[in-house]
Design a protein around this ligand. Structure first.
Ligand code: ADP
Ligand code: MG
Length: 454
């Protein structure tokens, strides 16, 4: 098959024209999971546009990503997302030097939509196409955010599909040191969240819940593998077993709260009444008043509840009022949590709360990532650790890593949240460095791959 360079048909596998071009502007497409993304990036580091259309709301009701639904929605979203990325960049297709696309790893059908779209663009525009590994893209996100990041560095990559510790000695010199033996870190967060009754994606939900929790449950640590490998499957099972062994059978009270949590997106009057009456939190009459009058608890009313009956805490109540203008599902359940230990239909022995379980799980999960990354840096004498991938957004992980590294004189590099989770800017960045390193462009025979090596 043939590829295109500067409008001319050439054998795929060449890219010399682009390698030496002064400025390179790349349009990248990413569709490996449930984000449809496109971005225009100049010279690997300057984002001209970065559009991410998340399908989270579509998949939430299923508790996780449904591959076929993801593929169909990518197909629908891709034209608009690419068009928006281009218009946001202020360029037209003439200003684009190359097209980049994630060809793996990820959901095969989802990847295929992006690959097909990118091949179509490459063919129609006669622009070279570069096939980018999603995993390498996550690593390349660091070059966008950290102009000062020098080689070598340890990259702790923790996403929904991958968990690895790598030594990065150059843009194209990446040595895997360790990886997960079973679940990825993000997968573990998502699964633990699910058993805690939290919606998908679970990482941010666990982080939020854990903020009010105590790290008092000692979840079993995996056996040491002697290297830099991880295991999250046992931790997930430990959480499941803990819940099964420590859950107190719930009564109708919790059922009501659970229903609210699950069903409402803005609690209605009668439901607020339900909480008031049954949870022993806010008093019924006050709560009913709020419900009837406001159709959503306003901040001052919520304060009133707190002042008058010591029900919901003021800051939470305020938060509810201010932030949602109507009580959102998870916030309702949180409020119930803080008052009487009933949490999405769960109550635990010994005063343990769902937040305690979330906090203890989170500490155990991020501890593994921190330990492996720090151990690798120390063992190899590397002075920098960069955190990549969706789980890299986790505040606890950042705190733990920063604290451990400060003691050891190791620099830490954290990404803005939008560059942790899936995006196309990181794919453009990786493509840029591939081109500069003389990597060949892809031909139109390019196929998607569910798994790719580092
Ligand atoms: P993938 O590349 O595998 O599609 P992403 O890099 O987009 O995954 O990361 C998504 C994963 O990151 C999900 O599993 C999600 O739960 C997790 N995640 C996102 N934010 C956080 C957070 N603050 N704490 C922990 N995990 C998080
Ligand atoms: Mg990803």
């Amino acid at each position: 098959m043939r590829a295109f360079l500067n409008g001319k048909r050439v054998d795929s596998g060449k890219n010399m024209d682009l390698r030496d071009k002064k400025d390179l502007t790349i349009l990248a497409i990413e569709s490996s999971c449930d984000e449809t993304a496109a971005a225009v990036v100049r010279n690997g580091r300057e984002i001209l546009s970065n559009v991410v259309a998340s399908q989270i709301d579509i998949h939430k009701r299923f508790g996780g990503v449904v591959p076929e639904i993801a593929s169909r929605n990518h197909t629908l979203a891709l034209p608009n997302v690419v068009e928006k990325a281009l218009s946001d960049s202020g360029l037209d297709f003439g200003g684009i030097d190359a097209i980049a696309v994630t060809y793996g790893a990820g959901l095969l059908g989802a990847l295929l939509t992006g690959v097909s779209y990118a091949k179509g663009l490459s063919f129609a525009l006669k622009k070279p196409l570069f096939a980018v590994s999603h995993v390498r893209g996550h690593i390349a996100a660091n070059y966008i955010a950290h102009g000062d990041l020098e080689f070598p560095y340890i990259c702790a990559l923790a996403s929904g599909g991958h968990t690895a510790v790598l030594k990065v000695s150059d843009y194209d010199d990446i040595r895997p040191l360790g990886s997960t033996k079973d679940d990825a870190a993000g997968e573990a967060f998502d699964k633990a969240a699910r058993v805690l009754g939290l919606p998908y994606p679970g990482g941010p939900e666990i982080q939020r819940l854990a903020e009010n929790g105590r790290t008092i449950i000692n979840f079993t640590k995996p056996l040491s593998f002697g290297g830099y490998d991880f295991s999250f499957s046992g931790l997930k099972t430990a959480v499941i077993n803990y819940i099964a062994n420590n859950k107190i059978k719930t009564d109708k009270t919790e059922d009501v709260i659970e229903r609210i949590g699950v069903e409402n997106d803005g609690a209605k009057a009668d439901r607020i009444e339900g909480i008031g009456v049954e949870s022993g939190g806010a008093k019924a009459d006050k709560t009913v008043g709020n419900g009837i009058e406001n159709d959503g608890v306003k901040a001052d009313r919520a304060e009133g509840i707190d002042v008058e009956n010591g029900g919901a805490k003021a800051d939470r109540a305020e938060g509810i009022g201010v932030e949602s203008g109507g009580v959102k599902a998870d916030r309702v359940s949180c409020r119930a949590d803080s008052k009487n230990g009933t949490e999405n239909g769960m109550r635990f022995k010994n005063g343990i709360t769902r937040a305690d379980i979330a906090a203890s799980f989170q500490l155990a999960a991020v501890g593994q990532i921190k330990d492996a990354a720090v151990r690798a840096a120390v063992d190899l004498g590397v002075k920098r650790i960069a955190l990549s991938g969706g789980v890299g957004a986790n505040r606890k992980l950042r705190e733990e890593l920063a604290a451990a590294c400060a003691d050891l004189g190791i620099g830490t590099y954290f990404l803005p949240l939008g560059l942790c989770t899936d995006n196309a800017a990181m794919i453009a960045a990786e493509a840029y460095f591939m081109i500069r390193k003389g990597k060949p462009c892809a031909g139109l025979e390019l196929d998607a791959k569910a798994t790719v090596g580092i």
